[in-house]
Design a binder for this molecule. Structure first.
Ligand code: WTA
Length: 636
């Protein structure tokens, strides 16, 4: 039996039982056999969920880039590490070998060091999906610096908030980006953000589009000339397993984004292990995850998981619809992709288009199909299975979170029988539990509740940057002794898990987590707005879309409502980004509230979802009369 590579269902169960019987022994064996440590740990695991404090492999010394790069040079120097597929199919794909990637990372690390970046410093990365994005992460890690990648679709305000929250001293950005037919001027967004970021001394600018940019003297520097002068080797800075590797922001129920802190050793072990098993990765495979590195999926399963395994990982700069809706399948055929990992929203969007887009391509190289980010509906699952996988490639519905660092619940392809919409079984080492509303564990099968995890795994986030109390309150206070996920789930008769969706004020739109509070804050900035409430409602492609209920200050507001809607969406675009725009905005006389003044979102959610048959008891509301009025004027 191999703990590291599970090949059939009985083996899964054996490995799983072992992993929960003695997790420390289980993970220690894996860590010892498959990674390069400069010094072994003093203790495999110490933890206390009440503080909470979690340490894996404490005292061990390593550098993750030696695991991603250096140790492959003896056997895989000429193997493609990153396969870059540009936005424009006429631009040639780039095959960057392990040898070349090693040199590029060292060069970039030397430049960063020259700019004064050292161990523990925070570096913000705001780049499109070009190879330098992956190289930037690794260059920071080479120096023991902490990267904080911000998805390059966020607005200037959102970027500035994230830069300031963790005091980044340097920003890596680009002149612009290509997305389908569009060219986006990213540098202007960065310039606007940096006006609010006094702590940033330097910005390094990658040239991608060649668009005109303003370079601020003393602060902005073109990256390429600095790289040209830098040496192609650099000794890795050795860090402790519990030193931070990166910060990645995720939305929460309250206004400020949460800077989840991931540390080095445990994160490396867990992402490598889950990559190997969830994707059944083998040496000759060409693996493609379509996510952006700006999200956790890209961190763990484009960069770190694949590279620690010595894999070929594809980075795609473009969008699924350009130059036409066959682009994904064209890339699968062109590069003979073996594992394909995407989001349900992309599957739904492509399923709407003509089947010829799929059928015109040879997809026979595919062995595993993955999905992540939100629950996948049955129809999308079948379309993916029938037309992309031709019923031969198992679909792994992988449930996990920014906070968990790696895949938590997922079938092991070719081992775990799959059922549409079920994430199925926990990965080795993961101990899920379902909780009832009173905080009691629900035992047995065929039950539904709130999903929590009762034992630490190596890649759990260790804190929220600068706010450990919020970390404790958000994840460890609902069910003391357990990590609370914020998701609901059911466990069926055979013990398979199905994730039913968020049970908090986070709404997942096209696979992006959006907190309602920051959107409401943005809307409330509009001078005509008194208050607002956002809820999600089902949407064919996005999974959920946003419905805003907005009360204006002057009830007799005579301004054109369509203009107001545009202004509100513009404010949201400015404060957060276009991904958070509202699909529907209903102006209301008031919002239903409890006697303690809390907005009753449950009612608003039902109205937005056209599900008003059973609104529950509304007589206890402070203002039950508004409910009828809202229903009468509903846009649903
Ligand atoms: C949701 C993405 C159902 C869930 C890796 C979770 C899913 C949130 C699935 C985390 C899935 C992710 N089925 N729901 N397979 N995968 N989710 O932090 O609500 O961007 O809590 O991490 O996405 O989103 P995040």
């Amino acid at each position: 039996m191999s703990n590291y590579h599970i090949k059939h269902l009985e083996e899964y169960w054996q490995v799983y039982r072992k992993s929960v019987r003695n997790p420390a022994v289980f993970w220690e064996e894996i860590a010892e056999e498959h990674f390069l440590w400069r010094k072994k740990w003093d203790e495999v695991l110490s933890w206390d969920f009440s503080k909470p404090e979690i340490k894996w492999f404490a005292g061990a010394k390593l550098n993750i880039t030696e695991n991603c790069l250096d140790r492959h040079l003896a056997t895989r120097a000429d193997k493609t590490a990153i396969l870059f597929e540009p936005n424009d199919p006429k631009e040639e794909a780039q095959h960057i070998t392990y040898q070349e990637l090693h040199a590029r990372v060292c060069r970039f690390a030397n430049v960063l060091a020259d700019q004064g970046v050292g161990k523990g410093d925070r570096v913000c990365i705001y780049l499109p999906m070009v190879p330098k994005l992956a190289v930037s992460l690794l260059a920071c890690a080479r120096l023991g610096a902490v990267h904080s990648v911000v998805f390059a679709g966020f607005s200037a305000t959102a970027l500035a908030t994230r830069i300031n929250d963790c005091n980044c001293k340097l920003v890596i950005c680009s002149d612009g980006s290509y997305r389908g037919k569009k060219t986006i001027d990213l540098k202007t967004i960065v310039d606007e953000a940096l006006e609010q970021c006094p702590g940033v001394e330097t910005s390094l600018v990658v040239k991608r589009t060649g668009g005109a940019v303003v370079m601020k003297d003393g602060r902005d520097k073109w990256l390429q000339p600095l790289l040209d002068k830098a040496a192609t080797t650099r000794a890795a800075t050795i860090v402790d397993a519990e030193d931070p590797l990166f910060i990645l922001y995720t939305s929460g129920s309250t206004g400020k984004p949460k800077g989840m802190v991931h540390t080095t050793g445990g994160y490396m072990v867990y992402t490598a292990y889950t990559f190997k098993n969830a994707f059944q990765y083998r040496e000759e495979d060409v693996y493609w995850c379509t996510a952006d590195i700006g999200w956790i999926t890209g961190h763990s399963y484009i960069v770190y998981g694949p590279l620690t395994n010595g894999a070929t990982t594809v980075m795609f700069e473009g969008v699924p619809s350009y130059p036409d809706y066959g682009r994904f399948w064209e890339i699968v055929e062109k590069h003979k992709i073996t594992q394909f990992y995407t989001a349900p929203t992309a599957i739904r969007a492509l399923a709407k288009e003509n089947l010829d887009f799929v059928e015109n391509h040879d997809l026979s190289s595919l062995k595993v199909l993955g999905t992540v980010g939100e629950p996948i509906n049955e129809e999308a699952w079948h379309w993916y299975n029938d037309h992309v996988g031709k019923k031969k490639s198992p679909i792994i519905d992988t449930w996990w979170q920014t906070e968990t660092g790696g895949i938590m619940i997922s079938p092991i392809p070719y081992s775990t029988p799959t059922i549409p919409t079920f994430a199925t079984l926990p990965m080795p080492g993961i101990q899920p539990v379902l909780m009832d509303e009173n905080g009691k564990e629900i035992e047995g099968n065929s039950v539904e509740g709130r999903l929590a995890i009762k034992f630490p795994w190596p890649s759990i986030a260790r804190t929220i940057y600068g706010n450990h109390e919020r970390y404790r309150d958000t994840y460890f206070s609902a069910y003391p002794g357990n990590y609370f996920t914020g998701d609901g789930a059911l466990r069926d008769a055979v013990g398979y898990y199905r994730i039913t969706g968020r049970v908090d004020d986070v709404i997942i739109v096209s696979g992006h987590n959006l907190g309602t509070a920051p959107i409401e804050d943005a809307i409330n900035e509009h001078p005509a707005v008194a208050e607002s409430a956002i809820v999600g409602f089902p949407h064919d492609i996005k999974g959920n879309a946003l419905y805003g209920y907005v009360t204006l200050k002057e009830t007799g507001e005579t301004r054109n409502h369509d203009n107001l809607r545009k202004e509100i969406n513009q404010l949201i675009t400015d404060r957060i980004g276009p991904i958070a725009k509202l699909d529907k905005i209903q102006f209301t006389e008031g919002l239903p509230k409890t006697r303690s003044g809390k907005i009753m979102r449950r009612i608003l959610r039902k109205i937005a979802g056209k599900d008003t048959s059973n609104l529950g008891d509304i007589s206890t509301l402070l203002n039950p009369e508004v409910v009828q009025d809202i229903m009468d004027k509903s846009l649903a």
